[in-house]
Every structure is written in structure tokens, then in C-alpha cells.
Write a protein that binds this ligand. Structure first.
Ligand code: SF4
Ligand code: SF4
Length: 406
């Protein structure tokens, strides 16, 4: 039997102080209003705002956690729906932690792990994702032999046959969604423009397991984590860089302690910002566009990476950078968080449309972000509404400013 990749993790009852202390003050329903200029945008919990019933807000789910703990409540279908409509966006935790040092989002993650352990989670609609992972090492139905096809024609090294200093990990979404092909190729191409020694695993690349962790299946996640850590440690690379925000999250939070000490992990926005600072990349071509930057939840609230992508955008000549009323730690989820979109697509799209409305309110011509799931969801909202808003991945805009095309 494989050893566990992570130390035995906390379980729900270890956070009982959190759900017992929750005073139902409801601070977690909104943003830090002093940093949000427009009251139209003060609410910030997607599930509570959409379903308008207490259990869908963090305060209600904290009470469910308490009720389960003392056997006042039994798991039910509606309880499962409530738990899996949560986007795990951490907006509630952002509010609550500052005032009360509680961790509502962490409680909801552990409630999902409890639901999976006890057999009442995840949602039945998540089954095809799990089946695809079992068959293809990718949750989105792509044949594993095609995982590296996105890189055809790019001068990337092929690991492990060749050696390289940098592993570019494309991730599940970028390697399988044709709509993201331009973005992932742009990301790799910018690194090549910078003269970095970059390799990919191609068809040998496996899922990072992040989706399984979000759905609460830690055991399944750990099988991927174990295999990936073993592979990464065998490659002799010094840096793993990924444009996939969810991959960056699990690499940093879950894999990092098991990786060889010489291996660094970076999200691509951090690396691009660094390359610009060192003048390794010098954008010269004007990109005359008013853009608003959307903070992915896992990059921003989870890792405090707010400045790096903005520094990249500010370095681009001709580009005007605007801000959402709900920006940085106040940012609204795109609708793609927590795996909710696969079970509740209408609600996920409703959330993405809300974000699109906010982008239009700023007067921007385009939304720029740096997460494949945000690009997908915001793109869906544009398509559903017929909006003229464009949606770009950060690397696409930077590559254009270098005068290069994919
Ligand atoms: S989770 Fe925190 S902010 Fe939300 S109601 Fe409970 S104590 Fe208040
Ligand atoms: S994590 Fe996000 S969606 Fe879930 S309860 Fe908190 S604010 Fe609402």
C-alpha cells in the first residue's frame, strides 16, 4: 500500500471551536465595505446571494457543522446540495478571520471530506469527473495520450527523456479544453521568449488531483499527489511553474513539503512579474485596451498573490488597468470554484454573469485573469449574454506586448 503523501490531516471535529464560536453575526456575507465604493456590490457569498436562504451562507453551514457534531442533524440530500453549492471561494473566511480568527471555508472543506468518508458526498453529477480521472488521469474526458498535444510545434523539451531546469505543468483544464489552447501556448511561449530552459511531461503529465481535494475525496487526491511528487523529484528540475491556479494551490499547500528542497514552485504570474522586473522580458508593443483584472480566489485570498499579475499588466505599454469594485481580497468568485459548476451549472453561470456585469460597470473592454477556470466561466457568461466584453489570459496579453503571436 502506498504511504500517505501528507501527514494525517485535521478532521472536522478538530475545528469545533470554529463552528461553536460562530455567532451568526453575518459579517461573512459581504465584502470589506470600506474598500468597495458601490453598495450594489457589497454582497459577496455566491451561494447565499443566489439561494437567499440562511444555510447557503457561511453562518448556516457553520450551524450545520455544529448540528452534525452533536447529532442534532442527519445528512440529507438538501444538506449535500447546500455543501456543494459552496464555491470554497474563501470570501467568508476573509471577513471572519480578521475579526474572529475563525476558518469557515476550512470547515466546509472538512465537511466535504466527512461527507465523502461517510458516503453522502460528492454530488451524483460529479461521478463522470471521477470516472474520467480513473480512466484518463484527467477529469474532463480527454484521452491521456493527447494530454501533451497542446504543445505541438513549440520548442519545449520533452521530460523525462531530456533534462530541463524548468518544468511547465499545464494542468487538467489547459491541456484538455480547445478554448484554452491559445492561452496555454502563449504561457509556454512567453517563457521560451525569456530564454528559459523549459520542459513538459506531455502525455506523461497527470492530474494534480485538486478537483478531488475540493470535492472532499482526500484519498483519491493523495494517489495523484504521491505519483506526481515521485515524478517531479525524479526530473532534476529546479522550478515547477504552472498557469493552472488550482494546480499551484495544491503544489504549494500539499506537495511542497515532499518535494526535494531544491525545487521551487511558482504560479506563472509570479514568474512573469519577476522576469519583467529583471528586464529579461521587455514589452514594447502597445496593447491599447482598457482592462479589468479578475483575481482568482485560489491565487488571491488563498495565497495573497494580488500584486504580481497587476505588475505584469502595468508593464504593458498602452494598456489601462481598471479595478473591479470588488477587487483583491474583496473579489467575487467567477463561478468556477469548489466544483459547484459541474453539479449546479445554472448557478455557476449566474455567478459568472454577476461578475461580468461588474466588469461592464467599470467600463473595461476586456477582463484579464490568470486561471483557466476563470477564463472558462467568464467566457461562458459572455457567450450567454451576448456581451462585447473580451476575456484574456494574462500570458496572452503579455505575449502580444512582446510583438509575438501564438
Ligand atoms: S462564520 Fe464568522 S463572520 Fe460568519 S457568522 Fe459566523 S462568526 Fe460571523
Ligand atoms: S466559501 Fe464562498 S460560497 Fe462558500 S460560504 Fe464562503 S463566501 Fe459563500
Amino acid at each position: 500500500m502506498k504511504k500517505r503523501i501528507t501527514a494525517p490531516r485535521e478532521v472536522l471535529h478538530e475545528l469545533q471551536q470554529d463552528y461553536y464560536i460562530c455567532t451568526k453575526c453575518k459579517l461573512c456575507q459581504g465584502v470589506h465595505v470600506q474598500y468597495c465604493p458601490e453598495s450594489r456590490f457589497w454582497r459577496n457569498c455566491p451561494s447565499g446571494t443566489r439561494y437567499r436562504w440562511e444555510p447557503y451562507y457561511a453562518s448556516g453551514k457553520m450551524e450545520i457543522a455544529r448540528g452534525l457534531h452533536v447529532n442534532e442533524l442527519e445528512p440529507s440530500d438538501s444538506m449535500r446540495d447546500i455543501l456543494y453549492t459552496c464555491m470554497l471561494c474563501s470570501s467568508c473566511q476573509e471577513q471572519c478571520y480578521e475579526v474572529k480568527q475563525l476558518h469557515p471555508t476550512r470547515v466546509f472543506e472538512l465537511m466535504r471530506e466527512k461527507a465523502v468518508r461517510e458516503g453522502w458526498g460528492p454530488m451524483p453529477e460529479h461521478a463522470p469527473l471521477v470516472e474520467s480521472l480513473e480512466a484518463n488521469d484527467n477529469p474532463f474526458g480527454m484521452d491521456k495520450s493527447k494530454r501533451g498535444d497542446w504543445a505541438k510545434g513549440l520548442a519545449l523539451k520533452s521530460l523525462p527523456k531530456e533534462s530541463a531546469e524548468v518544468l511547465f505543468y499545464a494542468g487538467d483544464a489547459y491541456s484538455s479544453d480547445p478554448a484554452l489552447l491559445h492561452a496555454v501556448r502563449a504561457a509556454a511561449q512567453v517563457l521560451l521568449e525569456a530564454g528559459l530552459d523549459v520542459g513538459i511531461l506531455g502525455a506523461e503529465e497527470k492530474s494534480d488531483g485538486a478537483l478531488m481535494l475540493m470535492l472532499g475525496d482526500r484519498d483519491f487526491f493523495e494517489t495523484y499527489a504521491y505519483d506526481n511528487v515521485e515524478t517531479f523529484n525524479s526530473l532534476g528540475v529546479k522550478l515547477i511553474v504552472t498557469p493552472d491556479t488550482h494546480a499551484a494551490w495544491v503544489f504549494k499547500e500539499e506537495y511542497a513539503d515532499l518535494l526535494d528542497p531544491g525545487i521551487k514552485i511558482m504560479h506563472i504570474s509570479q514568474l512573469l512579474s519577476r522576469l519583467l522586473k529583471k528586464n529579461v522580458l521587455t514589452p514594447q508593443k502597445e496593447v491599447a485596451m482598457k482592462v479589468v483584472y479578475h483575481d482568482p480566489c485560489k491565487l488571491g485570498r488563498r495565497f495573497d498573490i494580488y500584486e504580481a499579475p497587476r505588475r505584469v499588466l502595468r508593464a504593458i505599454p498602452g494598456l489601462e488597468l481598471l479595478e473591479f469594485p470588488r477587487s483583491t481580497f474583496n473579489s467575487l468568485c467567477c463561478g468556477g470554484g469548489g466544483g459547484a459548476r459541474y453539479a449546479f451549472p445554472d448557478y455557476a453561470l449566474w455567478t459568472a454573469k454577476e461578475r461580468l456585469f461588474e466588469a461592464e460597470w467599470t467600463g473595461a473592454e476586456a477582463i484579464v485573469t490568470t486561471c483557466p477556470y476563470c477564463v472558462q466561466m467568464l467566457g461562458q457568461a459572455v457567450e450567454a449574454t451576448g456581451s462585447k466584453m473580451k476575456v484574456f489570459d494574462l500570458a496572452e496579453v503579455l505575449l502580444a506586448s512582446l510583438g509575438k503571436e501564438v
